[in-house]
Structures are given as structure tokens and as C-alpha cells.
Design a protein around this ligand. Structure first.
Ligand code: FE2
Length: 201
């Protein structure tokens, strides 16, 4: 049972549905491939219920929202985690947890450094709790650009080949690789342990 009780759980239910509708409105028409990826990431998030329990709804919502900063109407700095998080905070008035998760998803701080947006990102948005941050990074970094499941090493290689070696995104992904791999391994370990303890009951 969730420590906050059933009312808390009921209250939080539906956040994922709301996020899905918002992301679809922003991404489906202008960026269909990004929308396919987004749905794949949200599908991955659903598989983490075993380790996140009632917080899974928050993770699914964050998964739907993590790339809305690519939507043409939202682009401001051109750094999608920051543009997406600012939109959620300022326009949608989304809860802090979602804004923070989107701002820092998939070790975004390294790309922020390369874009000279580190101070803006870190002063406006605190880090969320590691288990949620790592879970979102896991979902994003094990889902391909068309929404298909991918091993993290294939996903990293895919990003490098899509952008090319000179691109700022590729260079940022190189800097983020230890952080991304650590997050993926942490989630895989937590999942394996949860499955094992479930079997042992
Ligand atoms: Fe993504």
C-alpha cells in the first residue's frame, strides 16, 4: 500500500493520460517520428511498475512529455529539455516533478554545458530523485527513434550515426555516456532484484 493511501493514488491516476494528450497535440502532426519514439518511451515506462509502484504514472507522464521541447511551437533556445520544461512550468503549470524530469532527462546537463545553458538549466530546475531520473533515462535510452526497443549501446550508436561525429548532440552524448550507462544498469539491476524477490515469495 502506498504510504499516502488510496486517495493519493487515485489523485495521481490520469496524469499519464493528460500528458499523452498534450504530447500528441504537440508532436503527432509536425513530428510523427518523434511522436512514435515518445509512445515507445511511454510503453517502456509502463514496464517499470514493478519497481516504481504508484509512481509509475508520474514516470509515464514524464515519458510522454520528455521530448515536447522539439515541437516547433515550443522551440526557444533550441535545447529541447529546457524548452520543454519551461513550457510545462510557464504555460501548462505542470507539477514540479514533471518539469524537473523533463529538464534533466537523459543526462541533459552535459548538452546544457555545451550549449552554454548550464546555469539556466540548473538554476531553474532542480534534479529529481535518482530513481525517477534514472528510470526516465532508461526508458529514453532503450527506445529507438521509431519507438522500437533497443539495447542502450545500439541506441547510443544510433544517435551518433543520426547526427554525425561533429554535431553538438553527438559530442554531448559522448560526455553523457557514463551517466546514461549507469542509469540503465541501475534500473536493470532493480528490475532483476524485484523479479527475484517476487519469485521468492
Ligand atoms: Fe527521447
Amino acid at each position: 500500500m502506498c504510504p499516502e493511501g488510496p486517495a493519493f493514488i487515485v489523485n495521481r491516476m490520469g496524469q499519464a493520460e493528460w500528458a499523452r494528450d498534450l504530447a500528441r497535440d504537440l508532436l503527432e502532426q509536425p513530428l510523427p517520428r518523434r511522436w512514435a519514439h515518445t509512445q515507445g518511451v511511454a510503453g517502456r515506462a509502463e514496464t517499470l511498475a514493478l519497481i516504481l509502484g504508484p509512481e509509475t504514472d508520474t514516470l509515464i507522464a514524464a515519458a510522454y512529455l520528455h521530448d515536447i521541447g522539439y515541437a516547433p511551437n515550443l522551440v526557444s533556445t533550441g535545447f529541447h529539455p529546457l524548452d520543454g520544461a519551461r513550457y510545462l512550468r510557464d504555460v501548462v503549470k505542470a507539477e514540479d516533478t514533471l518539469c524537473r524530469l523533463v529538464a534533466h532527462h537523459s543526462c541533459a546537463v552535459n548538452e546544457a554545458l555545451n550549449r552554454d545553458l548550464f546555469d539556466a538549466l540548473t538554476s531553474e530546475f532542480d534534479e529529481e530523485r535518482p530513481e525517477l531520473v534514472e528510470a526516465l533515462t532508461y526508458c529514453d535510452m532503450t527506445t529507438g527513434p521509431d519507438g522500437n526497443p533497443l539495447d542502450v549501446t545500439e541506441r547510443l550508436a544510433e544517435i551518433h550515426s543520426r547526427y554525425g561525429p561533429e554535431h553538438l548532440v553527438s559530442q554531448s552524448i559522448t560526455a553523457s555516456t557514463p551517466c546514461i550507462l549507469a542509469a540503465v544498469r541501475a534500473v536493470e539491476t532493480a528490475l532483476a532484484e524485484a523479479r527475484q524477490s517476487g519469485e521468492g515469495r
